[in-house]
Design a protein around this ligand. Structure first.
Ligand SMILES: [Zn+2]
Length: 339
């Protein structure tokens, strides 16, 4: 055991605890930070004091015997410990920490075309899967793809209960929108960073515009973070049931997911699996944390996979892009702001 609850009662004791935690949390190898289950007891009690017990415990148990734990400075730990209970932070290594987050590190990453001071924004996706599949999907992309497997990955997946699983650091690229028909990007214009920071000069942020796939310019995988949302997608009525793709039973494309009627939303004459309030809340907390860390600007957080690759993709669809995302971005950037 590293400590117990009584240690929180004075700052000096907390400082000592943080020192001990750091010894476990910050191994020699800065690139891959592993903590074994042997450390669980001490880590758990220490993290409980800092408000991270539930997410860390899940992290440790969800990745079998080894797991990556994001490294924080002492100051970051104390800062997080004094935030509201649902507050998320992004570590300097690009990992989300806070209630409801889990890390399930994937090998399927690549270098971002931009550096960490210029992480650009978010592309939104849906998983095209039933409920409670996010962790299974994350496990599937832990290793490099085998023969015949799709080389897909993403940074973060948010399940229907609002749980957040991160597979790739925000400082690396993932393979979420790299199809041959996917758009490439050019700088459209610059805007001044809206952050209030009197100590540093205003920073110009790039706003990107999609251009033809055949230009050889950087693509979404080089520039943007990919966030997946657990969702079945479009549904169609089949007798008394509402079915996801392929919208019928017994086809060669596998069995469709049956969606309960109270989870269906109608948009411009078509029907979709509705995103949950918990997903909206979690996505807002994730966006807030990313915006806080990387100073993303609103226009760079509004991209859908469909907008980038309309020939091949329809995700995440109108229920997210037209109903949920505007609410989230109004909360994060201030109501109605379009800059
Ligand atoms: Zn997608």
């Amino acid at each position: 055991m590293i400590g117990d609850l009584s240690m929180l009662q004075d700052e000096a004791a907390l400082g000592a605890l943080v020192g001990k935690l750091r010894a476990v949390w910050d191994p020699v190898d800065a690139e891959q930070e592993y903590v074994t289950l042997a450390d669980l007891d001490g880590l758990w009690s220490g993290c409980f004091l800092l408000g991270h017990a539930p997410s860390l415990t899940r992290r440790l148990t969800s990745v079998n015997t080894r797991c990556t734990v994001p490294r924080m400075t002492d100051q970051e730990r104390l800062h997080v410990a004094h935030q509201p209970s649902d507050h998320l932070e992004v570590t300097d290594q690009g990992w989300l920490i806070g209630p409801g987050t889990e890390a399930c590190p994937s090998a399927r990453s690549s270098k971002l075309w931009v550096n960490e001071t210029n992480i650009l924004g978010i592309v939104w996706h849906y998983t095209d899967t039933r409920s409670a599949t996010a962790m299974g999907l994350a496990r599937r992309i832990m290793q490099m793809p085998g023969p015949g497997q799709r080389a897909a990955s993403w940074h973060i997946c948010i399940d229907r209960s609002g749980a957040i699983v991160q597979s790739i650091s925000a400082l690396l690229g993932s393979w979420h929108a790299g199809g041959a028909s996917a758009a490439r990007f050019v700088v459209d214009r610059f805007v001044e960073d809206a952050r209030i920071d009197l100590a540093s000069p205003p920073v110009k942020r790039r706003i990107w515009r999609a251009v033809s796939p055949h230009t050889g310019l950087p693509g979404a995988n080089d520039l943007f973070l990919g966030i997946e949302l657990e969702n079945v997608g479009e549904v169609r009525r089949h007798g008394a049931e509402w079915l996801g793709w392929p919208f019928a039973h017994g086809t060669a494309n596998g069995e469709p997911v049956v969606v309960p009627v109270d989870e269906i939303a109608k948009h411009t004459g078509r029907f979709y699996h509705q995103f949950t309030a918990a997903q909206v809340d979690a996505a807002q907390r994730v966006t807030q944390a990313l915006v806080g860390k990387y100073h993303l600007v609103r226009p760079n957080c509004t991209l859908s996979h469909q907008a980038i690759d309309p020939e091949r993709r329809t995700d995440p669809g109108p229920d997210w892009m037209d109903r949920c995302l505007p609410i989230i971005l109004d909360q994060v950037f201030g109501g109605g702001a379009s800059k």
